[in-house]
Write a protein that binds this ligand. Sequence first.
Ligand SMILES: [Zn+2]
Length: 627
Amino acid sequence: MGLIPENVIDEIRESIPIDQVIGEYVSLKKAGTNFKGLCPFHEEKTPSFSVTPNKGIFKCFGCGEGGNVFTFLMKHENLSFVESVQFLARRQGIDISGYLDKKNNENIVKARDRIIETNKLALKYFQEVLKHEIGSKARDYLVHRSITKETKDFFQIGYAPDKWDSLLKALGKRGISQEELEKAGLVSKRDGEKGFYDRFRNRIIFPIFDNANNPIAFGGRLLPGSESKTEGAKYLNSPETIVFKKSLTMYGLNFARQKMRSKKKVIIVEGYFDVITLFQNGFDYAVATLGTAFTQDHLRILRSQVEEFIFVFDPDEAGQAATEKAGMIVGNSMNLSFVPKGLLSNQILGEDFIDNKDAGTLDIQVVALPDKLDVDELLKTKGKAEFEKLLSSTEGLLERTVRMTLDDVHISSSQSKKMDAIDKIIPLLAASHRSVREQFFLLLEVRLGIPYPTLSSMLSRRLEKRKVPSERDNSIDLVDVKKKLPKIEADFLELLLHKPEFVDLNTIDISFFSDSTVITILTELLDASEKGIKMDAASLLDHLDDEVARSLVIELSSSQLDDEINNEEALDCLSRLKNIKLRREQEKFNKEIYNVSREKGDNSEVLWSLLEQKNKLLKKKQKDIST
Ligand SMILES: [Zn+2]
């Protein structure tokens, strides 16, 4: 484990209940002493992801993923072990820098910290500049965009002046080298020359934060109407760095998360100003992708927290294409719920239609913006009430896709045009409930003249494709490890993990056990106990490298062991194990005695010695039973 002392690691792990940390990523519901939620590591309909706070562990009974809080952070934030310890320490305000400065494997942690420190200084600088005289045009522009002072402060908006080296100089004075600024993506190397120049010039700056509210990157909007020759795209983001991955980040997520989760829905928009104006108007559960299309990762990040996505994309062609693409992504991996509103509701579905809003399904709505206005302009010109109205008259993604597709194609269109249309609709139908599919097949049959069986077989092919083999298929099966063990050994270990106070570790003889995984785990516990350390499930996980052993610990300790279980049972378990061991030995003797007597006759010395040993064994067994 290296340089951070174990007691410090324990302290960090125990400084916060695991459900609180995981609860920031996954919406958890209480179930007995555990919490349940949708697994963030695989796609699923019903929650099989379980968090056990009093054991400090989580476990997914669907895909087998599990571990303690560090394991969770490693997987979810894509960190190494040391980084995950550092991540939680920082969040909890525990200073471990003293342990980290010494060795090279902490270089990444240091580099990460350094970038964030650099970004923090840059953020402060950009904010200062906006207040300064040099920022007056930027301030005017924000006024023109109707951004209030409160909003400006809340989002920590800043301004990068129209100069090639102002940030370079300002942060240079604070001891940040040019190379460090480059690593943070704040400056670029001059072409063919020595030296660097500021990446963001004459731009309104929107800092982008991670879940812990650290600035990990910046977005810059070119200030319009300036006389300067500053060129470039209207919007410019930081390049990807070791702390910033575009596809894993959404603008506004750190601000929106709480509300998003209590409302169980999220508004997804395209730009910084959209998010900001929505917040300013009280729609504080909006996020934006960072100049990229909506990806599978975005879906994964959001879906474990909400039940409804509301896409608000610009009404232009690009916005339409973006909506369509997002639909494909969702359709390929999610189960949609369908709330009939327009197209089918009355004519075909009838009143007995049941909405399939099961757990794990996602309701996807699309807001149609009128008059070629984007969200920001709409709120500015038509006000909050108008947007409210739009939110209450959204259209389901499936219905919308079908409606818009059928606008373009009809029964006398060419076959290839019809097939193109079907291709757009099929992925969403594949993600929908069977009863919904059937109704849409009927509709398509009537409108396009494509027979129902043809549609149905196209869909079956699509569904086959969706069954992508899971990543785990080639690795060891880590689900239900317990089932493969001798039951008594599994029972004992389970008891030991749940009620360590019932078992005196000194009375455990490793030779009672036969399963190598159980032996690995017990050895770890016994070794620690010899050193006077008491280990619980969560700390045990920091010590076990064997994946099967880890899975077993997680599985056994996340079970709901009966509270009425008592000391007697633990003792009983142990004595049964002992008996089993003696029986094993006895059987071994019997076999040997049989072999020897067959080979060497009934009077050999070897035989007598074996019989004597067996006698001793029997006496020992007798004694054990009587005490
Ligand atoms: Zn899972």
